[in-house]
Design a protein around this ligand. Structure first.
Ligand SMILES: NC(=O)c1ccc[n+]([C@@H]2O[C@H](COP(=O)([O-])OP(=O)(O)OC[C@H]3O[C@@H](n4cnc5c(N)ncnc54)[C@H](OP(=O)(O)O)[C@@H]3O)[C@@H](O)[C@H]2O)c1
Length: 276
């Protein structure tokens, strides 16, 4: 039986997804009963008012609270002195299984399992979870149970070492967060061109889809198009002129990304203008 502490985006989405894939969900405990109730309703499971009851009635317990609360929740459970062996899993990309040390000391299995996905809504996440890779970290014996579940459900997973998690999570945030920031920044630039939002949105979506397809098929170096790839000095000069005049705050962003692009393709023909 699987249950969740923390009925937010990740906890609810995982529960719905696991249930749809034939796993029995015992229930939810959350900071507020309302969140637990909503998630329990979606998973035909129980909303608990007592953490102790839920832990006692479960074998696998996911701690899907925000990162900062995980250790406190683990300590709270450790105070209950539960004798029967359980597996506790948290979903943080950065924190390691070390934050569950108080439970490990009591003989429970502990690990972290990070689904590499941007959870925005439950509906969207549930659609994508079948294609998501879960990055697992923990001692080999502690990972046996969760690996078995993932294998049974045909889910993709890979292992990661404790000391690799900071780099792993920085990479994940660079893609999933800063891609969004990049779109926000480019929208400000498009506004200068006076294109209305209803025209711009579908146009950008197709542009992004073409980039993602190129990336998927060829990888970053081969997917690159545009003036830096072609060595078009005058084009990049014009971009920098309009930015310096209208959106000076974005000039540095453009230059930094331009320089990283030069390094990526090992072509420094535009070095002078981007260094200016
Ligand atoms: N969002 C992502 O894209 C993503 C992707 C992969 C992994 N993760 C990881 O997944 C975990 C959850 O993230 P999230 O985005 O789902 O966060 P979230 O939507 O903010 O949900 C966190 C939930 O934890 C509950 N909570 C907080 N403190 C608690 C406590 N002391 N006891 C019980 N419940 C508590 C909150 O409950 P109430 O609603 O009841 O107040 C909230 O619903 C984090 O470790 C995060 O790093 C997130």
């Amino acid at each position: 039986m699987t249950s969740f502490i923390g009925a937010g985006n990740v906890g609810t989405s995982l529960g719905v997804f696991f249930k749809e894939n034939g796993m029995a969900i015992r229930g939810y405990f959350s900071r507020t009963f309302k969140s637990a109730e909503t998630a329990a309703l979606l998973t035909s499971s129980r909303a608990y008012t007592r953490l102790e009851d839920m832990v006692n009635e479960s074998r696998f317990i996911w701690i899907t609270t925000n990162d900062d609360a995980i250790e406190n929740v683990a300590n709270q459970i450790a105070e209950l002195n539960i004798h029967e062996k359980k597996t506790f899993i948290h979903a943080s990309g950065l924190k390691t299984s070390d934050v569950l040390i108080s439970l490990k000391k009591q003989g429970h299995e502990t690990c972290s399992a990070h689904p590499l996905l941007a959870f925005n809504t439950v509906e969207q996440a549930v659609k994508m979870l079948g294609k998501t890779t879960f990055f697992l970290e923990g001692e080999q014996d502690d990972l046996l149970g969760i690996k078995q579940i993932f294998e049974d459900k045909n889910l993709t997973f890979a292992e990661i070492k404790k000391e690799q998690k900071a780099a792993y999570h920085a990479g994940a945030c660079m893609i999933s967060n800063y891609l969004v920031t990049l779109v926000h920044a480019s929208n400000q630039i498009f506004e200068l061109a006076g294109i209305s939002n209803h025209v711009l949105r579908p146009a950008i979506n197709t542009l992004m889809a073409s980039v993602l397809q190129n990336l998927e098929e060829k990888g970053p170096k081969e997917a690159l198009t545009g003036p830096i790839n072609r060595g078009d000095v005058q084009t990049v000069k014009k971009h920098l002129e309009i930015l310096a005049k209208e959106l000076p705050g974005l000039t540095e962003v453009y230059k930094v990304l331009g320089k990283e692009t030069m390094h990526m393709i090992d072509d420094f023909r535009l070095k002078n203008i981007l260094d200016e």
